[in-house]
Ligand binder design. Structure first.
Ligand code: KMT
Ligand code: NI
Length: 176
């Protein structure tokens, strides 16, 4: 992670940083304690030994690689649009960055966007039920490992979905 900050919500290009002036940075501790997002800085190599350890501990037995670039990802425009629609998943979203960079945006407890800038070596775990979205930055390229427990389910559930069990569970946990 290069950093995380509260987003300005101007209508500028989604690929721009959207920092406020002055910037309001969010610490790793706050990401963990306030929104339940976990983060590790690793090597960015697929065979990283710390990654292997975390996978074993958390049961992430599935892994694949997704290359997000105009000429590499089928239905690129459609998928990028989908990634940037505010959504949740019934399970954790676990991403390990192998190359390139991008922004994962998550909602904080006051429903404000926090932008998390990711680059090679970042391992990010978004809890099930958290409202989030993803965008490339101006470099237009990222390559990530997607990890999962068992058979992967990537289906986004778009907001609003307040009554979805994973959302209800997330809100309950975040409030405690
Ligand atoms: C998601 O569900 O938000 C994604 O898979 C984002 C793309 S991974 C860089
Ligand atoms: Ni998602």
């Amino acid at each position: 992670m290069v950093g995380a900050w509260t987003m300005n919500e101007t209508a500028e290009d989604q690929r721009l940083p959207h920092m406020t002036d002055p910037p309001q940075f969010v610490t790793l501790e706050d990401l963990k304690a306030k929104v339940g997002v976990l983060y590790w800085k690793l090597s960015g190599e697929p065979d990283d030994s710390q990654l292997a350890k975390i996978r074993a501990e958390r049961g992430y037995n599935y892994v694949d690689t997704i290359d997000i670039a105009p000429d590499k990802l089928p239905d690129y425009d459609k998928k990028l649009k989908m990634f940037f629609e505010e959504h949740i998943h019934s399970d954790e979203e676990i991403r390990y960055i192998l190359a390139g960079s991008g922004y994962f945006d998550v909602r904080d407890r006051n429903d404000k966007w926090i932008r998390i800038q990711c680059e090679k070596g970042d391992l990010l775990i978004l809890p099930a039920g958290i409202y989030h979205r993803f965008t490339l930055d101006e470099k237009n390229y990222i390559k990530v490992n997607r990890l999962f427990v068992g058979n992967p389910v990537w289906t986004p559930i778009n907001r609003p979905c307040e009554n979805h069990p994973s959302r209800v569970n997330y809100v309950q946990k975040a409030a405690s």
